[in-house]
Design a protein around this ligand. Structure first.
Ligand code: GLY
Length: 351
């Protein structure tokens, strides 16, 4: 088992993370346990968790409907209500068992209930293991804007058990793998070379790969929890990728976060090349690799104009300047404010 030290808590990765969880629960003597899950993790993950962590058999189970469209204040009201009705107090513990929607919403509920109670994350998707559950960003969507209302509140522990991934589809593994590619490209060229040797989705989600990706993200978050500088590097691929995801979701198209981010990384790498931050050879290496894993996403004229609107209103911008985290060679990044709309349009059309 790997143990990674975060700001004020530990991240445990591996089969033995259940032992670490039992030690944590015994040591902290919480008054009540609340497990927040959705219908999928209720069915596929909760029985395993309760088997390995018997203390949690006394937990109240709060089962939410799955889906990003349920990451709302209305769902929070439901959870705050359930906590209140069952006598939750300051010494209660919330356990987020699920993907990014559960840890974002559960973390937000915990950080606001009675001005903050403890929570831990037990991520069950590759995307949440390597990204969403790590780093203390919590929140819900509001008026169609993703993560518009939220807090930065770190959990008291993260317990990552890759066996939960056994029930995930190949598409869901690739969904999380996009964030692993991202962190390698901005932070570690050796890791990037290692990724390029992987052959299957089983290898994409091995304990070793998850551990390295979490270590890299944790090192960045420890230096800049509130995203004032280096944490912005984690936005690589997300200016265009996030905007594309939002535009396609608005059109009810079936797209996963990682698929849109993969496309975003291809387009933002093209921008980096235009700005001479990366060579043509490096651009080709990155683009070929991403294209070997992810299918091309069709971007119609309508989608393009919608996504440009999202980019213009992105909270990552500073005033009128469009601020992107761009790769600078492989394994480093540069925060570039002032990306021109024409460059973005050219990257979309070349994509
Ligand atoms: N998902 C990007 C971050 O945690 O900052």
């Amino acid at each position: 088992m790997a143990t990674i030290k975060a700001n004020s808590y530990n991240i445990y990765i591996g089969d033995k993370s259940f032992d670490a969880l039992n030690t944590f629960l015994t040591k902290n003597k919480y008054s009540h346990y609340y497990i927040i899950c959705d219908e999928h993790t209720f069915e596929f993950c909760l029985p395993t968790l309760l088997f390995h962590a018997p203390l949690l058999n006394e937990a109240e189970i709060i089962e939410l409907e799955s889906g990003e469209d349920k990451k709302t204040l209305e769902t929070c009201l439901q959870v705050w209500g359930a906590l209140t009705d069952t006598g939750a107090d300051k010494k209660s513990l919330i356990i987020n068992l699920g993907g990014g929607v559960i840890s974002d919403l559960g973390g937000f509920v915990a950080s606001t209930f009675k001005r903050g109670i403890d929570c831990i994350n037990i991520p069950t998707t590759l995307l949440s293991m390597v990204d969403a559950s790590v780093g203390g960003k919590t929140g819900v969507d509001f008026e169609g804007i993703k993560n518009h209302i939220g807090t930065t509140a770190e959990p008291k522990g993260i317990f990552i058990n890759p066996t939960f991934l056994e029930t995930l589809s190949e598409r869901q593994i690739k969904n999380g793998f996009a964030e692993i590619i991202k962190i390698a490209l901005i932070a570690d060229s050796v890791f990037w070379k290692e990724l390029k040797k992987l052959k299957s989705t089983t290898e994409f989600s091995s304990e070793k790969i998850i551990t390295k990706a979490v270590e890299l993200k944790n090192t960045i978050v420890k230096k800049d929890l509130h995203e004032t500088n280096i944490r912005k590097s984690l936005n690589f691929g997300h200016n265009i990728g996030h905007a594309l995801e939002s535009a396609l979701i608005k059109q009810n198209k079936d797209v996963l976060h990682g698929e849109a981010i993969a496309a975003g990384m291809i387009m933002e790498t093209e921008i980096a090349q235009s700005l001479k931050r990366i060579s043509v050879k490096e651009q080709k290496e990155i683009t070929d690799y991403i294209r070997s894993i992810y299918k091309n996403i069709k971007i119609t004229k309508d989608t393009e104009s919608q996504l440009l609107q999202y980019i213009l209103h992105d909270k990552k911008n500073e005033g009128d300047d469009l601020c992107f985290a761009l790769p600078k060679g492989v394994g480093a990044y540069e925060l570039y404010c002032g990306v021109k709309l024409d460059l973005i349009k050219k990257a979309i059309s070349n994509y």
